[in-house]
Design a protein around this ligand. Sequence first.
Ligand SMILES: *Cc1c(COP(=O)(O)O)cnc(C)c1O
Length: 463
Amino acid sequence: MSAVGGTGQPSGTPWPASALRDSDGALAVGGTTTTALAAEHGTPAYVLDEGEFRLRARRFADAFGQAFEQVGTGVDVYYAGKALLTKAVARWAREEGLRVDTASGGELAVALAAGVPGAELGLHGNNKSDGELEAALDAGVGRIIVDSLGEIDRLADLAQARGVVAPVMLRVTTGVHAGGHEFIATAHEDQKFGLSVSAGPGGGDSPAVIALLRVLERPSLRLLGIHSHIGSQILDADGFAEAARTVLRLRAHLGIRTGVLVDEVDLGGGYGIAYLPQDSELDPFRVAHEIARAVADACRELGTPLPRISIEPGRAIVGPAGITVYTVGTVKPVVVTSDDGGTFTRLYVSVDGGMSDNIRPALYGAAYHAEIANRRSDAPLALVRVVGKHCESGDIVVDELLLPGDVRPGDLLAVAATGAYGRSMASNYNLLTRPPVIGVLDGASRVLVRRETVDDLLALDQG
Ligand SMILES: *Cc1c(COP(=O)(O)O)cnc(C)c1O
C-alpha cells in the first residue's frame, strides 16, 4: 500500500486519511478498494469513511470544548444534518458527542428514526410549516431556531394549544458574510434568513430586538439564545469573531433593556475544507481558540458573563469523509481554440453520473479533484474535463484536471471530498436513480442508503 497520488500529482489532502493505493495501484478507502466496492455495489456510488467522519466529529468537539473551557464556558457541537443525513450518520455524530441540527421535517424524521433524542436536536428553516413545527414540539426538540415574526406567533400559538413551552433561539443577521479567506460586513442585508441587528427606519429598534421582545412576551416560548450563521467554506476565525461580537452586543442590550440575559449564543457552521490537493483546510483547534478569545474579550468589555456557545459544522465533518466512485464511459478528445488563436485538445471524460449526484459544480462553480481509481498509470498527463451523462452542457463534475492520457472506458474515477452536499442535494434529473451511500470501515463495507431503482421512480408516478 502507498499513499494516494499515483498519477504523479501532489494529491493527498482532499482524501480521507485512510486513502491508499494497493499493490495493483487501486485506490482504497476505509480498507476497501474502489474496485471491490464497484464490483459489490455498482457505480456511481457515494463512499463514506466512517472512521474519518468520527475523527472529524470528535476533533470539533475536542477543539471547541477545550478552547471554551479555557475561557470558562461550555460548548455544544451540532452536526449540520443538511450536509448529509442518514440514520447511521446521525448515530455516529451522537456517539462522538455531537447533537444534530435539522432544517426540515424530513431531516428531523431521519434524526429521530436514528434514535437521537429530541432534546439533542435543533430545527432550522426560514419557512417552517405548521406541520414541521408541530413535529418538533411533539418530539421535544431542544431548540427551534425561529426566523420571522410570523413564525414566532405561529409557534407560540401551537405550543400554547399543546400546553407546552417551546425552547427557541432567534436567528439574526449580523451583516457579516464570510467564505474563503475574507469576510465582509454590511449593515442592511438583502437575503431571506434571520432578522437584522441593524436599527430600523429612523433609528428605531432593529428587527432582531423587536423579535426578541416578541418571544419574551409569549409565555409558551422560552428564549434560549441568539443564533448567527455567516457563510460557508470559511477558512479562518475573523468572520466568526466579528459576528460573535455583534451577537454579544445584542445580548447585552437585551439584558439591560429587559433584565433577560440569554444563556446561549450559536455561531453557526461554515467551517471550510480542502477540495483540491493544493487547498489548505481550516484547523479547528486554532480557529476555536481564536473564537473563544474573541468571545471572552467581548464579554469582558460588555461586562456580561459568558454565554454557553454552540456551533454547527456540517461540511467540515462529512465533506472529506466522502468520495464518489464513477465508471468512465465515453472518452472524447475535443479540439479547442484558445484566446490567442492557437488550439489545444481537451479530453472530455464522461462518467455514469453527473449533476444529479453532485450539483455543486453547476450551482457554484465548485472545483473538485479526481483520480483514476482502479489502476496506476504512468501515461503522460492530459488536460481533462470530467462530465456527466445529463442533457445539459453545464453538467460538469470536474472542470479542469490533469489525468493520465490513457484514461479509458471501464476505468473507475474517484472524486474526492464529495461527502457534503452531494447526496443531500441530489436529484433525479433525466430520471437517473440516485446512487447509494456505502459506509466503509476497517475493510468492511455496508449500504447505508440503498441505490434508487427505476421501480422506485415508477412507484411515485401515479399515471
Ligand atoms: C448550512 C448551515 C450550516 C452548516 O454549514 P457547513 O458549511 O456545512 O458547515 C450550519 N448552520 C446553518 C444555520 C446552516 O444554514
